[in-house]
Each structure stands twice: as structure tokens, then as C-alpha cells.
Design a protein around this ligand. Structure first.
Ligand code: ZN
Length: 311
């Protein structure tokens, strides 16, 4: 029996927002199209943030509209607030995610809002979504950022994460995600925090995690998450983005390496690994000054590589 795992590409959002180069619209469209054709089922194409602060994301609405023309692709966007959610709804995004930081200090610095204010924002977005015709509503998720620790506050208690998960679900998020924004997680904390949130809100209310490879534990963390029943994993092509706190460390877990691990183990991702590694050429050509990461692309697909299930 194969288990299917959704690999959600976040390089166009998390990766591109962390680099100085502003990727042009044509490159982004090429990237999205090539990944969708390689079988990637979900792509977070951008975010509806303040475009003055993050000009890299200024073409998000156009990208959503473009990505929606591609068959079988779930089009996701990140929204920091109600205003962003309205923009996402206007252009018809399939999924909207609002990041809510478990660290209150991080939340205040990042979006200038307390937990209570963010929960209120989630409630307001829910109201807007509920007013839409049933068939047109986007899937609404709240991603718990700094869920494993914060570069400002340091330790983030598990109780804080669990309580926030409860509050976000109660406020109308269909699901919460756990984000290792700072790369502080390890397989042990991945297990205990997923278990605790599952126990608090139900396993169907936490099915995805967002991992960074800042300290080299990205794939180990992904494996621990899979063992806890997680079925959606965010990843970034070429680990694009880097990390300002760890020179030489990639940003998100590398999509190519993750797909290689999953398919080798017999998980079904729907992704053609050879086609996926070719997408890298598009990104490299379009962003020649940026560093891409990943082991599989450098070492190549093993000779006679077969998915484990094929024997
Ligand atoms: Zn991230």
C-alpha cells in the first residue's frame, strides 16, 4: 500500500522573499509551469504582504491567476492579515495560509500584532470566507511560526504552541501547520509537538509541517513528521533562500532531496524526479547570482533507481 504525500513548493514565496534579487514575472511563471508539469501538486506562489517592504512579492496576484490556468495544481498564497486574505480571495487562490507566530515578540516584530490580535484576524478572515458561495471558498490554514523556538525569545514552550493551535482552530482556521521558522527543531521535538497538537485539536487539524534545513536536520525532521502521520511537507527547490544566521546553510528543506527520499521509501508524491531536477536549470539561469543547495541534484539519480515499492 502506497501512502501519498503532498509536497508543497514554497520556494517562490519563502525562497524568493529571502534573497535580494527580484525574480521577474516571466521566470516565476516558467518555474511554476515546469514544477506543475513535473507533478508538484501544490505551489505557494507568493504572499500578499506590503509590497513596499517586500517588492519580490508584488506580482503575487498575477501569479495566482496564471497558476490557476495550470491543470491539477493547488494554488496557495501566504497572507499576513485580513487585507491580504481579501486580495487572495479576489484572485481566486485555492489555499490561504496566515502565519501566526508562537513567539509573541516575533509576532510583534514581524506583523506588529499580539496573539490576541492575530486570533481576531483569523476570526475576521473566517467571516469573509463564510460569506462566500460554498464552492468558491479557499482552504484556510494558520501556520504556527517559530513553533520550535525563536531567535528572539529562544525557547518556545510546547504549551504555548498547543494553546495557540486550539485558539486558531476555534477562531476558524480549518487546519494549523507547524513551522520551524528558525531551524531549531530536531526529530524529538517534531514528534512531541505534533503529538501534543494532534491530541489537542485532532490529527486531521494538523497535517502539514514547514521545515528549514538551517542546522542540517531538515530531512531527519521530515522523516519524524511522516512517522507522526504528517502528509504535507513544504520544501523549496534548491533550498533557495539560505539563512542569514548560518552561512552555507540552505533555507527550506530541498524539494529535490525530499522527493528523492519519499519516492525511494515508497511514498507516492506524483512527482517525476528527473523532470523536477530540470526545473533547477530554469531557476539557476534566471537567478545566476543565487546559490542553490541539495545533494540529489549534485550527485544525480542513482543508477537503476527504482522506487522501493517496485522492488
Ligand atoms: Zn519558512
Amino acid at each position: 500500500m502506497e501512502k501519498s504525500i503532498l509536497v508543497s513548493e514554497v520556494g517562490l514565496r519563502d525562497g524568493l522573499q529571502s534573497i535580494d534579487t527580484i525574480a521577474d514575472l516571466a521566470l516565476k511563471k516558467q518555474w511554476i509551469k515546469a514544477e506543475a508539469e513535473a507533478g508538484v501538486g501544490e505551489i505557494e506562489v507568493g504572499s500578499f504582504v506590503n509590497f513596499k517592504a517586500l517588492p519580490q512579492m508584488a506580482d503575487t496576484a498575477e501569479l495566482v491567476r496564471y497558476a490557476k490556468t495550470l491543470p491539477k495544481l493547488n494554488v496557495a498564497v501566504l497572507v499576513p492579515n485580513l487585507r491580504g486574505a481579501r486580495s487572495a480571495i479576489e484572485c481566486g487562490a485555492h489555499k490561504i495560509s496566515i502565519p501566526v507566530s508562537a513567539s509573541q515578540t516575533h509576532s510583534l516584530r514581524n506583523v506588529n500584532r499580539t496573539h490576541a490580535q492575530m486570533i481576531e484576524e483569523v476570526r475576521n478572515i473566517r467571516t469573509v470566507i463564510d460569506a462566500m458561495p460554498a464552492g468558491e471558498r479557499p482552504y484556510f490554514e494558520a501556520g504556527i511560526a517559530t513553533a520550535f523556538g525563536c531567535t528572539i525569545e529562544g525557547h518556545v514552550p510546547i504549551e504555548t504552541v498547543v494553546q495557540l493551535a486550539r485558539d486558531l482552530i476555534a477562531a476558524g482556521a480549518q487546519e494549523v501547520g507547524l513551522s520551524d521558522t528558525t531551524g531549531y527543531a530536531d526529530p524529538g521535538t517534531i514528534r512531541t509537538r505534533i503529538r501534543a497538537v494532534h491530541a489537542a485539536v485532532g490529527a486531521d487539524r494538523l497535517t502539514g509541517v514547514h521545515l528549514h534545513n538551517t542546522r542540517g536536520l531538515g530531512l531527519a525532521n521530515a522523516l519524524a513528521a511522516l512517522d507522526e502521520g504528517i502528509t504535507t511537507l513544504d520544501a523549496s527547490l534548491g533550498g533557495l533562500g539560505g539563512c542569514p544566521h548560518a552561512p552555507g546553510a540552505s533555507g527550506n528543506i530541498v524539494t529535490e532531496d525530499l522527493v528523492f527520499m519519499l519516492e525511494s521509501m515508497g511514498y507516492e508524491t506524483g512527482i517525476d524526479l528527473a523532470a523536477l531536477t530540470k526545473v533547477r536549470d530554469i531557476v539557476l539561469a534566471g537567478l545566476p547570482d543565487e546559490e542553490l543547495y541539495g545533494f540529489l541534484p549534485d550527485a544525480g539519480i542513482p543508477l537503476d533507481w527504482r522506487r522501493a515499492t517496485l522492488g
